[in-house]
Design a protein around this ligand. Sequence first.
Ligand code: CP
Ligand code: NVA
Length: 321
Amino acid sequence: MAVTEKIKRDLLTLTDLDGAEMTRLFERTEALKQAQRAGASTNTLAGRTLGMVFEKASTRTRVSFEVGMFQLGGMALFLSSRELQLGRGETVADSARVLSRYVDGLMIRTFDHGNVETMARHATVPVINGLSDTFHPCQVLADLFTFREKRGDPTGCRVAWIGDGNNMANSWIQAALLARFHLSLACPKGYDPDPGVLRAAGAALAEKGGGSVTLERDPRAAAAGADLVVTDTWTSMGQEAERERRLRDFEGYRVDADLMARAAPDALFMHCLPAHRGEEVSDQVLDGPQSVVWEEAENRLHVQKAILEWLLLWPDAARGK
Ligand code: CP
Ligand code: NVA
């Protein structure tokens, strides 16, 4: 049943929640994960539907949202933009208006982040960013949850981002502000993160303290003493034509055993996947003892179930139901 009044929350970027909300989200994630492990059923979203609009490929995001809705007693609809009228020119705004009348929440994976914002502006139901060219908030929430499970609160810890200043890097920058840790990014010249995102998080952290964001060129310097080393593909979806140039430009930015040796001895390694083995990460690191990539992938499911409950039930909570 669609919400008719515009009382809703969206998750478009990691600036859409604060530290206290993130803590509550992770507490609920933990409970949902334990319930699922124990085989207990959770029907908090019985009768609710999530529409999932995909303009790009996906394995983890599609399956974890779909399974998550099912496990909460609801259902999810996979809506490929190729098969929607969206793919034939119906606007994002009109699609949002119409889909809001059928479903209780929308998830969108798209190229231009402006499409996510337009959908949120015109939808009367919560909108979740399932990845845009600029941000990937659900993934980084799953990563932060994974870090907390393994090492506890990341506040004050040192995180190294090695490689492309892409959607994941931008969300990690926002995460540094949300969770107050020290983030060092090493990106080759010409592949910096979004300057506005960098400026906003840097300025807010300088004022509030507890964390920092620094950008440099040297991956070894960024990795030095890190508690967590993170990377991602050098060629994101939509950049396939640039692949050969990128392979050349990112030479020296591979996360391998030598780079991991610069980090703290018990440092974790994360990658949102899909990995391009032998490019941004060596097999030895990806399959090695410091890698938590499979837990990270699993935690997409648990964290998103908590996100779905938070956003889809929020209108009821806001109305005191
Ligand atoms: N990490 C991630 O978002 O994976 P998919 O592209 O498979 O959804
Ligand atoms: N940066 C990658 C992330 C994939 C989950 C991409 O956008 O393709």
